[in-house]
Design a protein around this ligand. Structure first.
Ligand SMILES: *[C@@H]1O[C@H](CO)[C@@H](O)[C@H](O)[C@H]1NC(C)=O
Ligand SMILES: *[C@@H]1O[C@H](CO)[C@@H](O)[C@H](O)[C@H]1NC(C)=O
Ligand SMILES: *[C@@H]1O[C@H](CO)[C@@H](O)[C@H](O)[C@H]1NC(C)=O
Ligand SMILES: *[C@@H]1O[C@H](CO)[C@@H](O)[C@H](O)[C@H]1NC(C)=O
Ligand SMILES: *[C@@H]1O[C@H](CO)[C@@H](O)[C@H](O)[C@H]1NC(C)=O
Ligand SMILES: *[C@@H]1O[C@H](CO)[C@@H](O)[C@H](O)[C@H]1NC(C)=O
Ligand SMILES: *[C@@H]1O[C@H](CO)[C@@H](O)[C@H](O)[C@H]1NC(C)=O
Ligand SMILES: *[C@@H]1O[C@H](CO)[C@@H](O)[C@H](O)[C@H]1NC(C)=O
Ligand SMILES: *[C@@H]1O[C@H](CO)[C@@H](O)[C@H](O)[C@H]1NC(C)=O
Length: 471
């Protein structure tokens, strides 16, 4: 048996014994698949390349699940906060209190005409089924008490400001009736089964700060009227499925208050690691509008997994200097990474994986000192990774260059990444000997370097690192 193979098997045991029963078989078979592929298999056709990617990606995600099990702690509240874009503003909760109650009696209810109650009832009419009891008290008979209906929040017992309708198994239609709730600031309809196109009328909700429609069954396009929601801070349209297949309207660039924009699938793990997604994506098409570069308050921007988004990454995105999370993963983007992205100095998570990007990585990436995850895998990048001798990547814990055309010797700049846990340089064209002080990566748990042209000598400094190596 070749030395490479025994190391793979050892790693297999290591993974199998630590991930838990169910993972073991699959993780191992994916590794074994890799270890037995022969030299000739290196010339993958596009389709087998995809197959290989899936296996490797599945394995790695699971492995990370394990590695970061302690740190992730997917607390429900945390997940909720990410979905809602971290900007849920507790001070602006307009729960009814005694003061507003008094005020409400000073307002003539006749003047109000219950238009908002009618809008809620019209919305309920469009709903097919809902989880038990959820909307039972929304009835014409209680029309005058709409501010005390469940999941309705009002200001001054008068105007509906928030609807909390997440995870109620709502089916059928998301109708336009809610657009008559002109005081609405928060609309939470995520994790339901609502179908149809997004009603353009929602663009009338000029006070809306949060629009969360994640994980429904919406189809068609994103209406350009959403660009009228100039108070919007959170827009979450992720996980609708393949029928949500329109384009990204350039009018979204008018949303100057936007902090959070999800057009793919929210990464629930944390800002830090890829580990858990709902798995249902969108199939948005077309290009990223340059106008999104105007949304300079954005902290989270996710295009993950639309497959068909294409064209170049607009250099205007380099203006989004508050971004902490930026993912282009799993699309059809082409061209080079614009050097302006080197300005995103607050970025912690940056993912280009699985596109058709090419050229050199911009040297400015080396200046992104907050990076925790950087993934450039499955593209056509060339050159020696980043053409600088040192980086500011002191926080970087996850780096993948998997399956590109990088060349040159082992990128020494990685040796200064003291927090690196996972490093993947596999399936490239690196050559030369591994650096003698590779063991400086003392926090590394896994280093993938197979399918390169590295020399066969293993540095002695490696003794404390479990490697998956195929030289
Ligand atoms: C909004 O309210 C107006 C007037 O009350 C009504 O005519 C209209 O049908 C409502 N729109 C929707 C979409 O329910
Ligand atoms: C959004 O704004 C445009 C341009 O001002 C206007 O034509 C359109 O009717 C507005 N949409 C809605 C739903 O109000
Ligand atoms: C979106 O999906 C629908 C239903 O499958 C299809 O009829 C339509 O042509 C698609 N639109 C685009 C732009 O791909
Ligand atoms: C938004 O961006 C576009 C394209 O980058 C630009 O032409 C436009 O003037 C910008 N609008 C605002 C309001 O900044
Ligand atoms: C990806 O982009 C290329 C170049 O723009 C185009 O030729 C190809 O059809 C696109 N593929 C998909 C699946 O959209
Ligand atoms: C963005 O980066 C470019 C070079 O990459 C630089 O010329 C420009 O001044 C930067 N802008 C800001 C706002 O830092
Ligand atoms: C990176 O940072 C250094 C030091 O702050 C600066 O001199 C250099 O211009 C930056 N490089 C890029 C490409 O932004
Ligand atoms: C790797 O380098 C060799 C020799 O320079 C070259 O022939 C080969 O095409 C390169 N392979 C890739 C995938 O870049
Ligand atoms: C490996 O770990 C042991 C115990 O922690 C330590 O004493 C030793 O110096 C380490 N070896 C290397 C090469 O880092």
């Amino acid at each position: 048996m070749a030395p490479g193979h025994s190391i793979v098997l050892m790693a297999c045991f290591l993974v199998g014994s630590s991930i838990g029963e169910n993972w073991q078989a699959e993780a191992c078979s994916s590794l074994l698949y890799r270890s037995t592929s022969s030299e000739s298999d290196r010339k993958f056709s596009p389709s087998s390349r995809k197959g290989e990617r899936l296996r490797a990606a599945q394995f790695r995600e699971r492995e990370l699940d394990h590695l970061y099990h302690r740190r992730l702690q997917l607390h429900p509240l945390k997940i909720h906060q990410i979905r809602e874009g971290f900007v849920h503003d507790h001070d602006s909760d307009h729960e009814t209190d005694s003061r507003s109650h008094v005020l409400s009696h000073s307002v003539s209810l006749l003047e109000v005409s219950f238009g908002e109650a009618d809008a809620l009832l019209a919305f309920k009419d469009g709903i097919g089924t809902y989880s038990e009891g959820a909307l039972d008290d929304w009835t014409p008979g209680k029309r005058s008490e709409y501010c005390s209906w469940t999941r309705v929040t009002c200001i001054c017992q008068l105007h509906v400001t928030a609807l909390h309708l997440s995870s109620l198994d709502l089916t059928c239609l998301l109708g336009p009736s809610l657009s008559n709730l002109s005081y609405l600031e928060e609309l939470h309809l995520d994790q339901n089964y609502l179908g149809r196109e997004i009603p353009p009328d929602l663009g009338r909700l000029s006070r809306l700060r949060i629009l969360n429609l994640e994980n429904n069954r919406l189809y068609g396009s994103i209406p350009k009227d959403l660009g009228n929601l100039t108070s919007l801070q959170v827009l979450n349209l992720g996980c609708q499925g393949s029928w949500f297949n329109g384009t990204i309207p350039e009018e979204l660039g008018q949303l100057l208050e936007l902090r959070f924009l999800n057009l793919g699938d929210v990464n629930n793990a944390d800002l830090e690691y890829t580990s858990f997604r709902l798995g249902k994506r969108n199939d948005l098409t077309g290009t990223i509008p340059r106008s999104l570069g105007n949304c300079t308050k954005l902290r989270y921007l996710d295009f993950y997994g639309n497959y068909f988004l294409t064209g170049v990454i607009p250099e205007e995105l380099g203006k989004l200097i508050h971004l902490e999370y930026l993912s282009f993963e799993d699309n059809n983007f082409t061209g080079a990474v614009p050097h302006q992205l080197g300005n995103l100095t607050l970025c912690k998570y940056l993912n280009f994986r699985d596109n058709k990007l090419q050229g050199y990585l911009p040297v400015g990436l080396a200046n992104l000192s907050r990076l925790i995850v950087l993934d450039v895998g499955l593209n056509f990048f060339t050159g020696n990774l980043v053409h600088v001798s040192s980086t500011s990547w002191s926080e970087l814990s996850w780096f993948s260059a998997f399956w590109n055309s990088f060349t040159g010797t082992f990128p020494e700049l990685l040796l200064s990444c003291r927090n690196l846990v996972m490093l993947d340089l596999s399936f490239n064209n690196f050559s030369g000997n591994l650096p003698a002080d590779l063991g400086r990566l003392s926090s590394a748990k896994i280093i993938f370097i197979e399918y390169n042209m590295f020399g066969r000598e293993l540095p002695e400094s490696l003794t404390n690192i479990s490697l998956i190596l195929e030289l």
